[in-house]
Design a protein around this ligand. Sequence first.
Ligand SMILES: C[S@@+](CC[C@H](N)C(=O)[O-])C[C@H]1O[C@@H](n2cnc3c(N)ncnc32)[C@H](O)[C@@H]1O
Length: 247
Amino acid sequence: MELFVSHESSQNKEKAFILAKEFDLKFISQEAIDKRKYNQSYFFIYQSKHSFIRKGLGKLSKDIYCNFLDWSVSFDDPLLSRCLKGLPDKFMALDATAGFGKDALEIAKNPKCKSLLLIEREKWLFYLLQEGINNAADKDLLQLINKFSIENIDSFEHLSKTRKNYDLIYIDPMFSGVGKSKAKRAIQTLRDLTQEAETEGLLDLAIKRSSKRVIVKRHKNSKFLEDIKPSHSIKGKVVRYDIYNSS
Ligand SMILES: C[S@@+](CC[C@H](N)C(=O)[O-])C[C@H]1O[C@@H](n2cnc3c(N)ncnc32)[C@H](O)[C@@H]1O
């Protein structure tokens, strides 16, 4: 599905145009949008501090962005928390498929987590991540966000080059067409707008580069990533976490 870059206020038009070029996406100025024609299209709406993704341009469509404050108080994933048990104090983690950073925030909530590198290869998504981090002002949230650093690169490339050893590497590849349940809005947006292709060999490399554990998020009915059998799995109603222990 196509993603266009646009703006709401006319003073943001020029910057939206420049961003479209940076992102390699098409720019449409607000005045030129035919609401009926673009009813099902996605838009990256540039605003000076708070850009967002919107599907269609109807009043009912909800803005999608990295809402770290909301997620820090109203979301938790007990299953993912369980997967982190037994990691060492001050563990250093890498989220190889950061997306909107929601799972990364969950990992950062673990008091033993010292630092977390979020890698996201899509430029527009990286921009939203950066903005979400910059907009974090709440004191409690900042304690989590301060653990973050971010990089706009393919994580396979990063892992091939880095000399760092991560205690934990987290991978959440896209899964689709496995279950009947409708994905939440933000995840559906990622499914529609990001390349679904899995990076071949990413798990194999992650296992070599992690000193303690690799966690892979899958749909509960999906086959093991790269057909590599995990040490064990933790299964929920919809997702399954496959855990690969290094030692
Ligand atoms: C299912 S989403 C992850 C959602 C994320 N866990 C969250 O909480 O928002 C997968 C994301 O990983 C990114 N991605 C996939 N393969 C990647 C790779 N090899 N390097 C960097 N990013 C990758 C995709 O662009 C997409 O945004």
